[in-house]
Design a protein around this ligand. Structure first.
Ligand code: CMC
Length: 435
């Protein structure tokens, strides 16, 4: 961190064992100031303790900003609402990767270079047949992405900027193909090759829903909705899967291995798996009259049940992505003449009841991006177990942008947290026969 970023208000001080230590404080372009504790252990022989990193910045980043109190999300300084309304997914991908919006020529070149990489090495299709047909597509996606480094040796040297750029584009380009193949494999239908004359979202829908025996036309309104969904999920600062990608990358692992690690982390129901879990929950609730029962379960401290698609570590007001997702959900259901979809009624009523409930008000729990995404994705034709895979397709550009930023950061070093050891000491080995 350069001196120019130091706060004008001076350093912070920590007192320990009757000694005072001075800690530099940094000024972000927006948001809370950051106290640098990196030398604290060397100076004072103490660690800091922060399970879940609730107060810890792990890196400096200029990609995405989340203001959780005011419900603001910026990609490279642009408001998410603006980008969703005006840009397509590859335009946003360019922005995340390069830090600026592309002009016409740059956009054309970028689109062409991404589409150039949409096909998978043919040998990789054999990889799929090794999985059970009923495998979860996240399991398949995670495995296949991890295997990319076995196929694309020419883009695994992390010290070569050109190879990093090619790997980034390969990942963005191949993710939809990998995801669609995982879906096709589970249905028993043949894999569908990508079509480079289609835009990113339309091509993905084509690979998922077309079959060789008949024509398939992508509905423009639905592919627009797909672009919006992808943009909404493209990046989200230092969330669990992104931090996983950074941590994996900090050891020098290749980009494909790092993204596979991110996919694995995303799968959990507290993270990307929440969209699948939220739809399961809405299906379980089924009718509006049963909502109070589930709200009470969520409030019961002795019941582990949580309202899925509710709450967020950072957003303590409405998640801006949830607002856009709700609007997109209505657009999709209207376009498909599914306005009376009973689960949408359940979701809207559940949201209304929860937002008026003191428990949710006190804990600042609002719907997050996953609350309405399940209903939307199901209406688009995706089965539940594909929801998190779709999240992974969209988040790949965020992961790889953050990974590139980390590699280029002169302060980057291997991630190695410390611990508060609570185990035994001074135990003497006892021979197995005497235990
Ligand atoms: N339903 C009921 N109570 C909740 C919920 C919920 N969804 N979320 C948090 N709480 C309560 C929680 O029980 C705790 O209460 P107490 O202080 O009495 O112990 C309090 O609110 C704070 O919760 P926390 O678990 O300490 O908060 P966190 O920041 O560690 O967790 C979260 C954030 C997203 C994991 C959590 O809100 C949650 O599990 N939500 C449901 C899963 C979900 O929708 N995840 C998607 C997140 S957005 C997309 C993404 O990141 O991928």
């Amino acid at each position: 961190m350069t001196d120019s970023k130091k706060s004008n208000n001076g350093p912070a001080f920590i007192e320990h064992n009757k000694k005072t230590y001075e800690l530099p404080v940094y000024e972000p372009s927006i948001g809370p100031k950051v106290i640098d504790i990196s030398k604290l252990y060397a100076q004072a022989n103490v660690f800091t303790y922060d399970p879940g990193f609730t107060s810890t910045a792990n890196c400096a980043s200029s990609i995405t900003y989340v203001d959780g109190d005011n419900g603001i999300l910026l990609y490279r300084g642009y408001k998410i609402e603006d980008l969703v309304e005006n840009a397509d997914f590859l335009e946003v991908s360019y922005l995340l990767l390069n830090g600026k919006l592309p002009n016409n020529k740059e956009k054309k070149q970028f689109d062409a270079s991404v589409t150039n990489h949409t096909m998978l090495h043919e040998q990789m299709s054999k990889f799929y047949t090794g999985f059970r047909r009923d495998a979860h597509p996240m399991a398949i996606t995670c495995g296949v992405i991890g295997a990319l480094s076995a196929f694309y040796h020419d883009s695994t040297d992390i010290n070569d900027p050109l190879q990093r750029m090619i790997a980034s584009r390969r990942l963005i380009a191949k993710m939809p193909t990998i995801a669609a193949m995982a879906y096709k494999y589970s249905t028993g239908q043949p894999f569908v090759y990508p079509r480079n004359d289609l835009d990113y979202a339309s091509n993905f829908m084509h690979m998922c829903f077309s079959v060789p025996c008949e024509d398939y036309h992508v509905n423009e309104l639905l592919s627009k909705a797909m672009h919006k969904i992808f943009i909404l999920h493209a990046d989200h600062e230092q969330n669990a899967s992104t931090s996983t990608v950074r941590l994996a990358g900090s050891s020098g692992a290749n980009p494909f291995a790092c993204i596979a690690a991110g996919v694995a982390c995303l799968w959990g129901p507290a993270h990307g798996g929440a969209n699948e879990a939220a739809l399961n929950m809405l299906e379980e609730i089924k009718t509006v009259d049963r909502i109070p029962e589930y709200v009470n379960k969520a409030k019961d401290p002795n019941d582990p049940f949580r309202l899925m698609g509710f709450g967020h570590r950072v957003y303590k007001s409405y998640d801006p992505r949830a607002r856009i997702m709700q609007k997109t959900c209505h657009e999709v259901l209207d376009a498909l003449k599914l306005k009376d979809e009973p689960l949408l009624q359940v979701a809207m009523e559940l949201e209304r009841i929860a937002l008026e409930d003191q428990y949710f008000i006190d804990k600042k729990l609002y719907p997050n991006v996953d609350f309405y995404s399940g209903i939307t994705l199901r209406a688009l034709g995706f089965p539940k177990d594909m929801f998190t895979v779709l999240f992974a397709v969209a988040r790949t550009v965020g992961w790889i942008s953050q990974w590139n930023e980390m590699i280029e950061d002169p302060e980057q070093k291997i991630g190695r947290p410390r611990q508060l050891y609570t185990g035994d000491i001074d135990k003497e080995y006892v021979n197995i026969d005497n235990r």
